[in-house]
Design a protein around this ligand. Structure first.
Ligand code: ZN
Ligand code: ZN
Length: 330
């Protein structure tokens, strides 16, 4: 459900603002892990620095809400699941890393148990090595004695900073080296960004990079993959086409392949439930509350009864995904 933000435009003393502020504070208390380290979105603080929820509440009672703070990232507003984003990425899931791993681990263990039982006639020998490594990272402290971060949690936050601040790979590698040298011996800082990326790939948080025309006409993809200029406007693909080193594309699209994401949505207990909501939450009193209660949806179901029978099958205006498709690409 979208967060109601209309109240921030009402006068401070109005009932609308006061009511909105109360629900905002309640939301923060619910979703923010540390009530003594929050960012105040009043027009003076503008989310810089940390304060307590109590102080934030006082500020917002006296000073108007910072109008340029559109998406309330610091206050628990979640990103919508991204499919395609140009030049913006967010490799870190909004859920706590441990929950995600916990869910994937459960799923993997079930799969492995089934497979191993088949293969060994009854004996199970546990999860695969890749995954065991990830579990170790989740459970291991960042450096001996560190109680605040697991090594994977820290890396997830660091990668998020790298991506949102557009740090180059070289500068990031430099930072990793410094962190590695400055932290106590036995720390789990990896040597390069490449190693970190590989780790996240294993848990399905990877994306593909596809060069794009600087004017957004076409992607250098499939039959256009080897072109040097845009097939539509003829602009060069590269920042410097005569460079002797590796060429750098002027624009890059980061594509989050949909299939593994859908598969992951079904793997996680808390999202799997929402994914089939349309089959369990239909209106029974004849009132239309959601497209699923409308005639177009029902018409589609009548036309494609086999597809409609399985609630995990998904379709949008462009493509359809059946459970078989998802399983086949495993
Ligand atoms: Zn403030
Ligand atoms: Zn073009």
């Amino acid at each position: 459900m979208p967060i109601d933000k209309s109240w921030i435009d009402s006068p401070l003393q109005s009932a609308h603002y006061q009511q909105g502020l109360r629900s905002f504070i309640a939301m923060c208390e619910r979703v923010l892990p540390n009530h003594n380290e929050v960012r105040c979105p009043c027009s003076k603080c503008k989310c810089s620095g940390l304060t307590t929820i109590t102080k934030m509440k006082l500020h917002l009672g006296r000073m108007v809400f910072w109008k340029d703070y559109i998406k309330w990232d610091y206050h628990g507003e979640k990103s919508r699941p991204a499919v395609v984003e140009v030049e913006v990425d967010n490799v870190v899931p909004q859920e706590g890393m441990e929950n995600v791993i916990e869910d994937i681990r459960g799923e993997r263990m079930e799969e492995d148990t089934d497979r191993n039982l088949e293969m060994s006639g009854g004996e199970s020998n546990g999860v695969d090595d890749d995954f065991e490594d990830i579990i170790k990272d989740v459970e291991s402290e960042l450096y001996p004695g560190c109680t605040k971060f697991s090594s994977l949690d820290f890396l997830a936050k660091l990668m998020n900073l790298k991506e949102t601040s557009h740090w180059t790979n070289t500068s990031f590698d430099g930072l990793l080296k410094l962190l590695q040298e400055s932290m106590p011996i036995g720390n789990k800082i990896p040597p390069t960004h490449y190693v970190v990326k590989k780790k996240f790939k294993k848990i399905g948080l990877d994306y593909e990079m596809i060069d794009a025309c600087v004017n957004d006409c076409a992607l250098f993809w499939k039959e256009h993959e080897s072109l040097q200029n845009c097939p539509v406007c003829n602009e060069s693909r590269w920042v410097d086409k005569d460079t002797k080193g590796t060429k750098v594309a002027r624009k890059v699209l980061r594509y989050f392949p949909l299939t593994p994401r859908l598969r992951r949505l079904y793997c996680l207990r808390h999202t799997a439930k929402d994914m089939i909501w349309h089959s369990t939450g239909r209106s029974e009193d004849g009132t239309m509350r959601h497209p699923v209660d409308g005639s177009s949806w029902q018409d589609f179901d009548r036309k494609y009864p086999n597809f409609a029978m399985e609630p995990r099958n998904i379709s949008d205006d462009i493509q359809t995904f059946s459970v078989q498709d998802l399983a086949a690409t495993q």
